[in-house]
Every structure is written in C-alpha cells, then in structure tokens.
Design a protein around this ligand. Structure first.
Ligand code: GLU
Length: 609
C-alpha cells in the first residue's frame, strides 16, 4: 500500500511539474486528473465515497453545481465505467437504493441483468463432455454468460425518479474523464495483467486494454475515446440508444459471435442474446427490504438480490443476543453462526421473484429468526447447516437440531460500490458490476466497454427445485447489498461493498462493528474481515486469522485465508460508507488499504459557505 501511495504521489508531482514548468504556477492550470486518495473525511454540503478519486470528484462536481445525490451518483457511476472498467459499466447491471429526504422513504431500482429469451437449461454444459464448463476462465469468458445489461436503464430511471438532471448532463464528467484520460495505478495494471489470457481471446479487448501487447504502465494516461463516443450517444438520445438501434444490434452480434482471436485456446461458448432481448429489458422499481435492528431501521435490496433478505435475517437472528457485552470472540462466533444460518435460507429460498415464490416476509420475520437462533450453541454447529422450515415456524426451539445441508458457493472480487449524500439529506447507495473482474472479457468492438458475465451467478447445473436455476428472461440471484440505515426516520449510515457472495458478510460485519462493537465508521470499514457463508470453512483475511484464529478454532471454527479460491486476492470487499453525525456533519469513509484504497470527499470542510 505504501508502495501504491508513493507511486501515485510521484505521478501527481510529475503532473504538477509539467504544468508549472511551462507556465506560471497557477492553480487554474493544474492537471485536472485526480490521483490523491483520502479514505475518511468529515464535512458538510454533501459527501461521496467510491473506490476511485476521479469518480468521487465527478460526484462532488455535480453536487457543487447544485445537483442532488441521484445526479451525483449517476455521474460517479459513469466515471467508474471509465476508470474501473473491469468492475462496472454500461455492459453490466446493479442495484440502486435511494433515501428521499422529502418523503423520508427508501426506494430501490433493480437493474440486474436478465437471461435472454433463447437461453436453455443446459447453457452451461459443454456439449463435448456433457459436463459443466470449467468455471474460470472457460465459462466466464463467453457469450453465453452475458446477461442483458441493466445499467444504462438504471441511470435513466434513477434520474427520472429522483434526479434533477437529464442523462446528458449527468454523463458530462465521465465523458471528460474518458476523453482526457486517467492516470493508471497499480491496481488497474494488475487487474489487466490478471486478465491477460481472457483479454487476449478477443481482438476488441486486446486493442483497448492490451495496447502493444501489454497492460498500460503505471503512471501512464489511459484514454477511452470509444467509450466517450458511446456516452455521447446516450447523452444525446437517452438510454434508448443502448437498447434499440445500431448499438443494440452490435451488442447482440458480439454475444452471438464474440470477436475471437485466432490463437486463443479458450472455448468461448456463444450466447443467444438478440436485439429484441435488449429492447425488452426493463428495470424493476422494488420496495426495499426492512428490518429493525437495535432501534435502527435497516433498508436493503429485495430479491432478485439476496442482499436485503440475508443481511436482514442475520441481523434479526443476532438481535436475540447482546453482542455488546460479549467478549469480541464470542460476538464473532455469533456472527459466524447467524450468517451461516441466513446463508442456508438464501440458498434454499431466494431467486428472481418473477420466477420463484420467494418467502421474503418470512425470511425477514422476527419469529422465524428467533427459531433460527435456536441452532446457535456455545460452539460452532457442523456446516453446512440446513435451511429453516418456512412452513411451520413459531419461534419455539425444535427438539432436535436441523440436519446438514449441501452447500457450495463461489466468490470473486469484482464489482464496485458507492455512497453519495447531498445537502438536502438525500442518500444513494449503489452497487454495480459486470460480475468477474473483467466481466466476460468481451469488449463490444468500437464501443469502449466490456460485457458482463452475470449469468454465471445462476447455479451452473440445473435442478428443478433450485430457486436460482437458469431460466429464460430470469435475473440470476445476486449478493449485492446496498444498505441504508435510518434512525427515527433520518439517515444514520449508508454502506455497501463488492465481493460476490462475500458482499453480504462484509456489509453485515461492518454494521455489527459499528452498531454493536463500538467502532467508528472508518474503523468498522478497515477492521479485518471474515466471510462465513455456511461452508465447512470460513474464508477470512489473514489479519482476521492472526487476531481471532486460535480463539475461534477452539470454538470449532476453521478459518482459511481469503485468496485460495477463485482469486489470489487476500482481501475481502472494497466497501464504502457515509455516516450522518449528530452535529449535522457527514463522515465519508472508504477503504484505507483494500484494492489500493478508496476515495472519500465532501463538498465543504466547514459548515459555513
Ligand atoms: N455478481 C455478483 C453478485 O451480483 C457480484 C460480483 C462481485 O461483487 O464480485 O452478487
């Protein structure tokens, strides 16, 4: 991390030098590229936290010009599409949660990708072997994994429902950044190199992200004129230009016949998406999930994401215990057990509600949670624990423990999250993704953005009883958990994270850190993480294992270091948050270290003008 900071500082200094050596030193001439990152800042007049300083600066620019949190969030998201193209962009989807200060209501937009009408149950089965494709890099690098993107429609809908700007104005900062370019940092270079095999499978992706055969150098300036042109098209014609006409035709063609290089060894299964699938795409305006936890109202994302129900159920289970007065290890034992129980129910019951009957109310009921809490003993239950019985629950402990279940899960580190607040008190929590880091690996030729591989969030093998089985037109189950917490109707804390299925545990653990364990918001975010997801082992960051590993082991928990799964990353999540302080200030918090550190900014440092 120190290393990253030093490199960035060097770049900043070099840029400043270039400017001041050719002209009189003038702040007006300073290079506008943002490279400095501050993880925590308290101030007034609006605040933002993202993983990237260009995106945070875009939000602040919009807030300063009088835009509100929805406007600023779209501006920041579009900028992340430029600077974090491997995590998010118009080729993907996400979930947008909004607190409206005037009505004191929380509303949400489900902008999840959908499966095309032509997808079949056996889409992920290799016809040659009759077995599922190997997950990565084979299945994820494919047309068949691409869902109909929801992000452009989400932006337009968010602006229509809550914003004050049109899409054209909200896209301006991102168009600027794509045109003038941003400074490549070591995270961007590493993510590019990690994807070399996949990116080299497509001519369009090679051209954009591996110019001259290598990832862009740290400190170089990366411009994306194709994306600037695509954003200009959307700015002029609206999101319709994405879902109909030439661009939609090109997206469909790219999915059906990815621009494969001649020498790639990857199989690249093709997809079935048509222009009609794009024309039929619709975001869903959903009611937020809501649970009460220790006097706070916790709002989250309803299915098709499992975020709201799983975070909510775990909190409800934990409300049966006084974590505050426990030893930290005992509190963490309860966290691991509650999270595992909620995960069991997530696996058994949560999918796209347009296709399966999701018992959202039951999963969020205190009575159900009380009965689930019966499974928590003084030591670790044998995992995986079984899902609860949603038909016959009464809050009374059953006479025998639940049987074991069969549970598998994947994790990855892609996706990005942002938190934005404005001077009127409106708040946005928005998580957006293209699934894997680098999505499907396929850039739409000449358009400057990667297509997602979100459909790999469906279960790979089709089982008729699985709520997350592949079906045409369905949204794959997500873990994204944008969360807004109110106290007496006013915002207290908003937070979210990337991290695949570890998103849920990162959000849950951060809430517990803040609400129960006495940490400040920045401490809560920085604290080492564990991701209990009802497996036989608990994936944990090395620092968590060093601190709690022995004590938790004596309670029967087996911790394994993060980074031994699908990715080599030892970190879990890259969260962002804003806390609304009692004195009227706001504290924006980003990661101090994970993923190279995030960027928190406020409109004003002091209360005055
Ligand atoms: N596709 C994942 C989900 O929707 C997010 C991917 C990630 O965060 O890495 O849950």
């Amino acid at each position: 991390m120190t290393h990253v900071r030093r490199q960035l500082a060097a770049v900043t200094a070099a840029l400043a030098l270039t400017v001041t050596s050719g002209a009189m030193a003038s702040p007006a001439l300073a290079d506008p590229r943002q490279t400095d990152k501050v993880p925590t800042v308290t101030g007034y007049g609006g605040a933002v936290s993202t993983v990237d300083p260009e995106a945070s600066a875009a939000a602040i620019e919009v807030l300063r010009k009088g835009g509100n949190a929805a406007d600023a969030a779209v501006a920041a998201a579009a900028t992340l599409g430029v600077t974090e193209p491997y995590s998010a962009g118009i080729g993907g989807g996400g979930y947008f949660v909004y607190y409206d200060a005037k009505t004191k209501q929380v509303g949400t937009i489900d902008g999840r990708e959908t499966a095309p009408a032509g997808i079949t149950n056996d889409a992920f089965i290799d016809p040659a072997t009759k077995k599922p494709y190997n997950f990565t890099p084979e299945l994820v690098t494919s047309g068949v994994s691409v869902g109909v993107p929801g992000t452009a429609a989400t932006w337009e809908q968010a602006l229509k429902r809550w914003g004050t700007m049109d899409l054209g104005d909200a896209l301006k900062p991102a168009i600027k950044v794509a045109t003038r370019g941003f400074v490549v940092d070591s995270t961007f270079r590493k993510q590019t190199l990690d994807n070399k095999l996949r990116f080299n499978a497509f001519t369009s992706t090679q051209d954009l992200f591996l110019p001259g055969g290598d990832a862009p150098a740290v400190g170089s300036v990366f411009q994306n004129h194709d994306l600037a042109a695509t954003y200009k098209l959307l700015a002029k014609e609206g999101a319709d230009a994405f879902y109909r006409g030439a661009l939609a035709e090109e997206i469909a063609k790219t999915v059906q016949a990815p621009p494969k290089t001649t020498d790639t060894t990857l199989p690249v299964p093709v997809g079935s998406m048509t222009a009609k699938d794009l024309a039929n795409y619709k975001v869903e305006n959903q009611d937020a999930t809501k649970v009460q936890y220790r006097g706070y109202d916790v709002y989250g994302m309803a299915p098709s994401s499992s975020g709201g129900t799983t975070v909510g159920e775990a909190l409800n289970i934990l409300e049966n215990y006084n974590l505050k007065d426990m030893q930290p290890v005992d509190a963490l034992h309860h966290y691991i057990e509650a999270s595992s129980l909620a995960y069991a129910d997530r696996g058994a019951y949560v999918g796209d509600p347009n296709f399966v009957n999701v018992p959202t109310q039951t999963l969020l009921s205190d009575v159900f949670a009380k009965e689930r809490a019966c499974e928590i003993g003084p030591t670790a239950a044998k995992k995986p624990v079984a899902p609860g019985n949603i038909e016959t629950y009464d809050g009374v402990c059953p006479s025998s423990a639940a049987p074991l279940a069969d549970e598998t899960d994947t994790e990855n580190i892609s996706t990005t999250n942002m938190t934005v607040a404005d001077k009127w008190g409106n708040v946005v929590e928005y998580t957006l993704t293209i699934e894997q880091t680098g999505g499907s690996g396929i850039v739409v030729p000449g358009r400057g953005f990667l297509l997602n591989n979100e459909l790999t969030d469906f279960s790979t093998e089709y089982k008729a009883t699985d709520p997350n089985r592949i079906e045409a037109g369905k949204r794959p189950r997500s873990s994204m958990s944008p969360t807004i917490i109110l106290k007496d109707g006013d915002p207290f804390l908003a937070l979210g994270s990337p991290g695949g299925s570890t998103i849920i545990t990162t959000v849950l653990q951060t809430i517990l850190n803040r609400v129960d364990l006495g940490m400040t918001v920045s401490e809560a975010l920085a604290a080492p993480r564990a991701a209990p997801r009802n497996g036989t082992t608990v994936t944990s960051e090395p620092a968590f294992i060093a601190k709690y590993g022995d004590a938790l082991k004596s309670l029967g928990h087996q911790l394994v270091p993060a980074g031994d799964g699908l990715t080599s990353d030892p970190e879990i999540g890259a969260a962002t948050a804003i806390e609304f302080n009692k004195d009227g200030s706001t504290t924006a918090a980003a990661e101090p270290v994970r993923r190279g550190g995030g960027s928190a900014m406020v409109v004003k440092a002091t209360k005055g003008r």
